[in-house]
Design a protein around this ligand. Sequence first.
Ligand code: DC
Length: 230
Amino acid sequence: MNGHYAIAIDGPSGAGKSTQAKRLAKEFSFIYVDTGAIYRTLGLACYRAEIDRKDAAAVMELLKTLDISIRYNEAGEQCMLLNGEDVSKEIRQPEISICASDVSALPEVRRFLLDMQRRFARENNVVMDGRDIGTVVLPDAELKIFLTASPEARARRRLLDLKEKGIEESFEDVLRDINYRDEQDTKRAAAPLRQAEDAVLVDSSDIGFEETFARLCELVIRRLAAVRED
Ligand code: DC
């Protein structure tokens, strides 16, 4: 370790990673890093520039001209800046989820964004969530959790989240997007979504938020105690 602790949480879209990770970070006074938001910001930039998101050369050419950065506001929330503009809300639109998944499949993009993610973990205690945190970004994380749930359970939760944000979608559309992203995120050649060998699997299909959170807290407490004893 580098003097800081890292908790990696990976899993498919809509498994509750970000809500759980955010609360865990608060509970243990770590910094929360949502890496999906970085891919979403690039996805939004491609969408706005109307470029083919599967064309690696075109995406890289655009990426090199962009200033993508993360800021934390007074409430401690992660905000995404695209060339200085706060795009935190816009990147949550359903069409941007697909754009993010498309650009995240490009190995050049993943390589380019790796350092930005690692820098946070070098400088802070982090709870970082994504798809390849335990396998690629932070392979030496003190604790790795693979948080999953069935596609239907995830679609139901995503629908509620979107509704709260005032975004209307049908269950079928949300489930279709989840299946599209699952397929693409797990089958891509570059850093596909998979459980690291030393990750703890937590399936939240049939347990509520609080019970899932309690399980995660227990894992963190046990792991940190073991690491501190070493
Ligand atoms: O976690 P999210 O749904 O906001 O992520 C958006 C997309 O970015 C998702 O389809 C997969 C991709 N992603 C990734 O490939 N690697 C990460 N570490 C985080 C997200």
